[in-house]
Design a protein around this ligand. Structure first.
Ligand SMILES: Nc1ncnc2c1ncn2[C@@H]1O[C@H](COP(=O)(O)OP(=O)(O)OP(=O)(O)O)[C@@H](O)[C@H]1O
Length: 276
């Protein structure tokens, strides 16, 4: 196994046009995860730097989603540690991880299809609602002011993602590409420091993919949000990511800047040479 890990690479100008990367914000060390006899992840280590776009690639079943699930508390790895800004978060529930500043989108959309775009994105604000349920229901005093603040934040996200015409439309009636955009909006509503995106471009046509790439880079740029994404489209990975982790059969087989990873023989053999 050859690890293409060059710690100096982040100092070099990234492919995406001179993004300045900060300190390590997320550090995954020696993570192993098994489901009964199935080893989903074996001894995985990698870090994510502040403001980075970090891609995770690998063939089907390589362990990519399991890795995101470990980071956001859906799965508890049997071994290893994960730290966020130097703070370990073993045995934290997904909600606590989200409150800490790590939001997630899912491979299969987790939206409420019968609810409007606006209300779906509003669900992302739940973490930030402070007033009690009774005040919220009565919409009085601080609860009313708070709701106004949340609605304004949601409207800003709707403008940012250019989905104003669909604000009141039930999400289930929108084309798939727009539903993915709403899903991104719901995650953004949590005001995350790190955004985990599980195949944000899956099932999209070329134009939808270009739009989604632009939005991801804009989020990264304008809000300074660090992005970790799983993606199968190699063109997208090469274009937008600063560094790439490559998994195969639950092990890390590559880690580095896109052009180095792309030319690594082990990666080519495991992933790039096969159809996905
Ligand atoms: N909840 C689970 N129970 C049992 N096995 C699981 C579970 N989740 C994942 N696995 C297994 O762990 C391994 C890694 O799966 P995972 O979904 O993380 O891969 P992936 O790289 O995201 O695949 P894909 O690209 O197909 O989404 C597979 O062998 C899978 O069958």
């Amino acid at each position: 196994m050859k690890i293409v890990d060059d710690p100096g690479v982040v100092a070099a100008p990234p492919a995406t046009g001179g993004r300045k990367l900060g300190e390590v914000i997320l550090d995954v060390r020696n993570i192993s995860l098994a489901f009964g006899g199935v080893k989903a992840l074996t001894d995985i280590s990698f870090d994510v730097r502040e403001h980075e776009v970090r891609a995770i690639i690998g063939p089907n079943g390589a362990g990519k989603s399991s890795l995101l699930n470990c980071i956001n508390g859906v799965y508890q790895p049997q071994e290893g540690t994960i730290t966020f800004r130097g703070r370990g978060f073993h045995h934290m529930k997904s909600r606590q991880v989200a409150e800490m500043g790590i939001a997630r989108t899912f491979q299969n959309l987790a939206l409420f299809k019968g609810m409007s775009v606006l209300d779906n994105i509003m669900t992302g604000r739940n973490l930030r609602i402070r007033s009690n349920l009774l005040l919220q229901a009565l919409r009085i005093g601080p609860a009313e002011r708070e709701e106004t603040r949340h609605r304004e934040a949601v409207e800003r996200i709707i403008d940012f993602l250019e989905i104003q015409p669909y604000r009141k439309v039930p999400v289930g009636q929108l084309p798939y590409g727009l539903q993915k955009r709403v899903d991104l909006g719901r995650a953004l509503a949590m005001e995350p420091q790190v955004l985990l995106l599980d195949e944000p471009m899956a099932g999209m046509n070329l134009e939808e993919k270009q739009d989604m790439c632009r939005f991801i880079l804009d989020v990264n740029d304008e809000f300074g949000t660090t992005v970790v994404l799983i993606e199968h489209d190699m063109g997208v990975v090469m274009d937008i990511s600063d560094r790439v982790v490559v998994l195969d059969y639950g092990r890390k087989i590559g880690d580095g800047v896109p052009h180095v990873v792309r030319n690594d023989p082990d990666v080519i053999k495991a992933y790039l040479g096969t159809q996905h």
